[in-house]
Write a protein that binds this ligand. Structure first.
Ligand SMILES: Cc1cc2nc3c(=O)[nH]c(=O)nc-3n(C[C@H](O)[C@H](O)[C@H](O)COP(=O)(O)OP(=O)(O)OC[C@H]3O[C@@H](n4cnc5c(N)ncnc54)[C@H](O)[C@@H]3O)c2cc1C
Length: 263
């Protein structure tokens, strides 16, 4: 269990950022992960009074506040209509409904867990993160960075791609053994692998959306996998092409069904 000596409901991002520069402080979002960490900190910084729990849509993108819950994304009509229902499908396997009401997109993206379904999906959709100090950074770049003390304020998901996510779990509600997110846009298909077990990364971009089994096999051979107590490197490499094919097929189905819905 985490122990925080002081609790601060930040009244501005300036205040939250200044407090977060101290090693003895921590941003607490859904507290779903943190509470399991046995952390002892002087100050817990709460961002929930800063209006960061909204999903906004403009002509080109969805702009999602860092404190938005995974459940709000899963059930958001506009997001699901625009991206072929992928948020409902991809987030549903994460633990349970109550958990997803607590866990936030900011906590998920900041943490850069290797097993993250969320990061895999957002990478496939070419998302950007907005940081209070540094401004907008591509998620692909952010995924490779070490944790720092900046505050993630928003995630921006550009319109124009369709995505599908496939995962393998040892049991329902467990973290995944392997995640594959595929997306199709005007420049072709992109494939992301997560839970390798390292952080999710783009393993193919601009390929044909009709890529066949031999293409997916070659992508899996070139990708890097590891072994942990959930699965071996060899198992992950063997299963990856199957997930890729399924995800690509699911993308082309939603593409046919939903061409008019994302304008
Ligand atoms: C038991 C369990 C099972 C899980 N299974 C899955 C799964 O199957 N798939 C999956 O994708 N995810 C899974 N997760 C991860 C989960 O979905 C969330 O990513 C995780 O709980 C963090 O979100 P949170 O809002 O609870 O963040 P918190 O626990 O509050 O914070 C997590 C970290 O993010 C930092 N942080 C939070 N918000 C910000 C911000 N705005 N700016 C900067 N730093 C910030 C915090 O300081 C902390 O370091 C699981 C988590 C748990 C505990």
């Amino acid at each position: 269990m985490a122990v925080y000596k002081n609790y601060v409901l930040a009244q501005s991002l300036d205040e939250a950022y200044a407090l977060n520069q101290k090693k003895s402080s921590v941003i607490v979002a859904g507290n779903m992960w943190l509470r399991m960490c046995g952390l002892r900190k002087q100050t817990a910084i709460d961002l929930s009074a800063l209006g960061l729990d909204r999903i906004e849509e403009n002509e080109d993108a969805f702009v999602i506040g860092a404190m938005t819950s995974l459940r709000d994304m899963e059930t958001h009509e506009g997001l699901n209509a625009c991206f072929g229902g992928v948020f409902a499908d991809a987030l549903k396997p994460i633990v349970g409904t109550q958990f997803r009401r607590g866990a936030t997109i900011g906590g998920s993206v900041y943490s850069r867990f290797g097993f993250s379904d969320v990061s895999a999906l957002l990478l496939a959709l070419d998302a950007k993160v907005v940081l209070y100090q540094r401004g907008e950074v591509s998620l692909a770049a952010y995924q490779k960075e070490a944790w720092d003390r900046d505050i993630l304020t928003h995630v921006v998901i550009p319109k124009g791609r369709r995505a599908a996510v496939q995962s393998v779990r040892l049991s329902a509600t467990d973290i995944p053994v392997l995640v594959c997110a595929a997306s199709v846009g005007p420049d072709g298909a992109r494939i992301v692998l997560g839970a390798r077990p390292a952080r999710a990364m783009v393993v193919a971009d601009g390929i044909s959306p009709e890529a066949d089994a031999s293409v997916c096999e070659a992508i899996a051979q070139a990708a890097s996998f590891g072994t942990n107590r959930r699965a071996s490197e060899a198992y992950r490499r063997r299963v990856a092409p199957v997930l890729m094919m399924r995800a690509l097929m699911a993308c082309s189905e939603t593409q046919k069904d939903g061409e008019e819905e994302c304008k």
